[in-house]
Design a protein around this ligand. Structure first.
Ligand SMILES: [Zn+2]
Length: 210
């Protein structure tokens, strides 16, 4: 191990470890705690390799010195830092990789949920006629998506009220027959409005059934 990244890692890691020379031995003192942070914007550096533009921080800790570093998820995998499970059991590389990917997906999904709820709150503030905010939030938190009619209504009201929102955050669900019927009953222009919120398989289903 000797490239630019490794030199940075040595500089950052060895002073906080008991082992002061051998990077491999020093790395073995560290584990991924499972704590993660979303900074909303990529404006931090990885505290292990100095890589710039980290948005999602993953916490590693030295089990001897108790020191903590906030690093990018790639560094956990690149330097084979082990994760631990809920019972404190050390996970192998395969399990660690699975956990890191899962935790990363969770951060992305939590960020989307937060953006959708913020848009709905903004809508309730700007649109005095919109009184369905609590039920909208509840529905979304439960299902992660909206029914076709609900979605059409929200997109329309948000646009009318000048609410900023991320179109791809608003997903549609047609798992229930009632929701499928809603979609099939819609006019073409209505379907076009919610098309960006539809997954590829939902669009395919629609074209086969409409
Ligand atoms: Zn890094």
């Amino acid at each position: 191990m000797s490239d630019r990244w490794t030199e940075n890692v040595k500089t950052n890691l060895l002073p906080l470890s008991i082992e002061k020379n051998d990077l491999r031995k020093a790395l073995a003192e560290w584990f991924y705690t499972g704590n993660t942070y979303d900074l909303s914007y990529p404006d931090e550096n990885c505290e292990l390799c100095n890589h710039q533009g980290i948005r999602f921080q993953f916490e590693i800790q030295n089990y001897l010195t108790k020191s903590i570093l906030l690093i990018g998820s790639e560094c956990i995998l690149r330097f084979s830092i082990s994760a631990v499970d809920d019972q404190g059991k050390v996970l192998d590389q395969k399990e660690t990789t699975k956990k890191v990917h899962k935790d990363r997906r969770q951060l992305i999904s939590d960020a989307r949920t937060k953006r959708v709820i913020n848009s709905l709150v903004e809508l309730a503030q700007k649109d005095t006629k919109f009184d369905g905010i609590d039920s909208s939030i509840e529905y979304f938190q439960e299902r992660g998506a909206f029914s076709p009619k609900h979605l059409l209504f929200l997109l329309w009201r948000m646009k009318e009220s000048g609410v900023s929102f991320n179109k791809s955050d608003f997903k549609m669900t047609i798992k229930r027959n009632r929701e499928k019927d809603q979609l099939l009953d819609m006019k073409d222009w209505e379907v076009r409005k919610i098309l960006p919120a539809m997954s590829a398989s939902q669009q395919k289903w629609y074209h086969e059934h409409s």
